[in-house]
Design a protein around this ligand. Structure first.
Ligand SMILES: [Zn+2]
Ligand SMILES: [Zn+2]
Length: 215
């Protein structure tokens, strides 16, 4: 397995400072309201103030996408690049793209679905060649469709359909396909987003056929 590029992560002191200021203002307001005897609002402000800690912590790290070099911020858990859709995570102080053999415990690698929804002939739960499909259905106000998602003989329930609110003013819902196998995810990018697939050529997409029969 060829390891992908790893990018150092940096703390953005500007973002850290902003989060600290917001936190201090909220905590200050909480203290002030507490002195006035408005304990309910004081509690609400204190809660918001303390939740800014997450922003001061991992929310203030920035890095660059290992695949397309776009700046990424807020590195909590698995992170999807908004430009090339590749997934990565922080490991040992570096940010790297997931390896093709990465398999999540539950379907959480979310791929936005466009008009054509071609599925690669791989198992969405492990990335091995698929030999059957499972039908998923999603019904929302904006769209409703069935999707046959490939699985191997060993796996069931490796995918899930969901909707996310698209960025921008429209607040429209977009369907996403959530899967467990990153190899399947990458193959989906290849079949459904040919323009993005070019970015991945030098990454670990090209070796996605190298799976052992891991289960
Ligand atoms: Zn990217
Ligand atoms: Zn499988």
């Amino acid at each position: 397995m060829i390891a992908g590029r790893s990018i150092p992560i940096q703390r953005s002191w500007l973002r850290t400072a902003c989060w600290m200021v917001i936190m201090l203002v909220l905590l200050g307001l909480a203290a002030f309201l507490g002195m006035l005897g408005n304990y309910l609002m004081a509690g609400v402000f204190a809660l918001f103030g303390l939740s800014c800690m997450a922003g001061v912590g991992s929310g203030s790290y920035i890095t660059a996408c290992p695949v397309c070099s776009k700046e990424l911020r807020g590195l909590l858990g698995l992170k999807r690049c908004p430009q090339c859709l590749s997934y990565g995570q922080v490991s040992e102080g570096q940010y790297c793209e997931l390896t093709a053999d990465f398999v999540a415990k539950v379907p959480l690698l979310a791929l936005p679905l466009g008009e054509n929804r071609k599925m690669p002939p791989l198992c969405c739960a492990c990335g091995a060649p698929a030999d059957r499909t499972e039908r998923l259905r999603i019904i929302r106000l904006e769209f409703a469709f069935d999707l046959d998602v490939p699985h191997c003989a060993l796996h069931t329930g490796g995918a899930d359909l969901d909707a996310i609110t698209a960025a921008g003013k429209s607040k429209a819902q977009t369907p996403v396909l959530k899967v467990r196998s990153y190899a399947f995810y990458l193959a989906c990018i290849k079949t459904n987003y040919p323009s993005l697939a070019n970015m991945h050529i030098n990454g670990n997409v090209s070796n996605h056929t190298v799976f052992a029969s891991t289960t």
